[in-house]
Design a binder for this molecule. Structure first.
Ligand SMILES: Cc1cc2nc3c(=O)[nH]c(=O)nc-3n(C[C@H](O)[C@H](O)[C@H](O)COP(=O)(O)OP(=O)(O)OC[C@H]3O[C@@H](n4cnc5c(N)ncnc54)[C@H](O)[C@@H]3O)c2cc1C
Length: 422
């Protein structure tokens, strides 16, 4: 019997690098196009990064936010999924090189390999302050956080105990805010009665932001509310001082050295290194400056989308590195490829802004943007318990194209949490 994968399309070869929001949305939207698509990802799953912090803080388990790419694309006959790391792109010869040396030819290429964390030139901090980008990162952070409480319980001196009960989150953007808020709640609520020698409520959770305020892209009113809400949860917010050093035993803020065994990194974004291999102009974060239709300047057959693409909105502001933008870019690339098959010209990408959201613990969230769905606001007002998660899902899943078998487990997990009053 012929399985769908045995019957690839008979058209031009499209190689998609990255099965994240941009790459997967483009691939899905091309389900009926006469193209031979190869989707390459170094992970075997598509990851819902906005809820990574929930896995990192033991609120969700890994399968709740990850779905196998093969399963998502099982019924799409014109796609082959390849688990591999792309190490090079040869534009003149139209080939993609995989780690190990294998080369794949393409007629059209979509580079959607996303972004990662930047340690601002201090890569030596990475082992001491893990960032949150992949499932492995989230599981590492979860292990470190839970182990820290265990080490504190076993500590033999007050000093040692305090160092293990000190949690520092570097970076006051949405991820830092979400991590710090959830950590404070774990300490104050979840673990409250689990230990005998320590009182987890004494844990010190500090959120450190080099800039003057948290959530730099939000209006000042929401920045202040975020700070107030975090402080209510017991988070110590420290703005205006960059971290000067991070070691295995602590960190330095200005002249002050703080003993701390758990530092988490949520600052600084750097685009995937594949961007700099494309020979185009890149911005400070390494994102590729693309044409209005998301093609690479001088290479109409190469597209760049998602976090890796530097695209300006009509008012001059950059399109933000968020999931809805990546999905929209992926869909736009697919629309352009379909138009080309009909001999039609491409159109400029226009970003529809649904707003920004950051959750603060279980009970609160800040949402910025008049275009954010009304439903999100209503559910936020009507059901503060779990409303943050609902609003996040509403915002990120807005739009019609949802991979099957992907939203369901997530929504299910969310419903279970809401039911349990978690
Ligand atoms: C912790 C965290 C929280 C976030 N919270 C939110 C939020 O609340 N709301 C929101 O809208 N956005 C949020 N974002 C941002 C959002 O996740 C990104 O904007 C979005 O994932 C970008 O999509 P993308 O397709 O460009 O890249 P990604 O989703 O990162 O996908 C890139 C894919 O490329 C693969 N890849 C990378 N390099 C290679 C290579 N060399 N070879 C093969 N494969 C490769 C990766 O494995 C990955 O699957 C968050 C991000 C993080 C990290």
């Amino acid at each position: 019997m012929n399985r769908p994968a045995d019957k690839p399309g008979s058209g031009a070869k499209l190689v998609v690098i990255g099965g994240g929001f941009a790459g997967l949305w483009a691939t899905r939207a091309l389900a009926k196009a006469p193209l031979d698509i190869t989707l390459i990802d170094r992970a075997n799953h598509h990851l819902f990064q906005p809820l990574l912090y929930q896995v990192a803080t033991a609120g969700l388990s890994a399968p709740d936010i990850a779905a196998p790419l093969r399963q998502i694309l099982r019924d799409q006959a014109n796609v082959r999924v390849l688990l591999a790391e792309v190490s090079g792109i040869d534009l003149p010869h139209k080939t993609v090189t995989l780690q190990g040396g294998q080369q794949l030819p393409y007629d059209q290429l979509l580079v959607a390999s996303g972004a990662t964390y930047s340690y601002f030139g201090h890569d030596e901090w990475a082992p001491h302050a893990p960032g949150l980008k992949t499932l492995d990162d989230a599981l590492l952070i979860r292990r470190r956080v839970l182990l820290a409480f265990e080490r504190a319980e076993a500590a033999t001196t007050e000093e040692e105990q305090q160092a293990w009960l000190h949690f520092a989150v570097v970076g006051g953007g949405p991820t830092g805010v979400e991590l710090a808020g959830t950590l404070a709640e774990i300490a104050r609520h979840t673990l409250r009665q689990e230990f005998r020698r320590i009182d987890p409520r004494r844990a010190q959770v500090r959120l450190i932001e080099a800039g003057p305020a948290l959530l730099a892209s939000f209006p000042p009113r929401l920045q202040q509310r975020t700070r107030t809400q975090l402080e209510r949860l017991g988070v110590e917010v420290q703005c205006g001082t960059p971290v000067a050093d991070i070691t295995a035993t602590g960190y330095r803020l200005g002249d002050r050295v703080e003993s701390c065994r758990t530092v988490l990194w949520a600052a600084g974004v750097a685009a995937s290194p594949l961007g700099s291999m494309l020979g185009a102009e890149i911005d400070r974060a390494g994102r590729v400056k693309v044409n209005a239709d998301l093609t690479l300047p001088g290479h109409p057959d190469v597209f760049v989308a998602g976090d890796l693409a530097a695209v300006l909105q009509p008012d001059g502001r950059p399109v933000p590195g968020v999931a809805p933008a990546a999905k929209q870019m992926g869909s736009h690339v697919a629309a352009t490829l379909k138009a080309r098959l009909k001999g039609q010209p491409s159109t400029p990408f226009v970003y529809a802004d649904y707003g920004n959201l950051a959750t603060i613990g279980r009970m609160a969230a800040v949402v910025d943007g008049q275009n954010a769905g009304d439903a999100s606001y209503k559910s936020l007002a009507a059901n503060p318990n779990g409303a943050a998660m609902q609003a996040a899902l509403d915002l990120v899943f807005k739009g019609k194209e949802q991979p099957s078998g992907y939203t369901e487990p997530l929504l299910h997990a969310w419903r279970l949490k809401v039911k349990a009053g978690a």
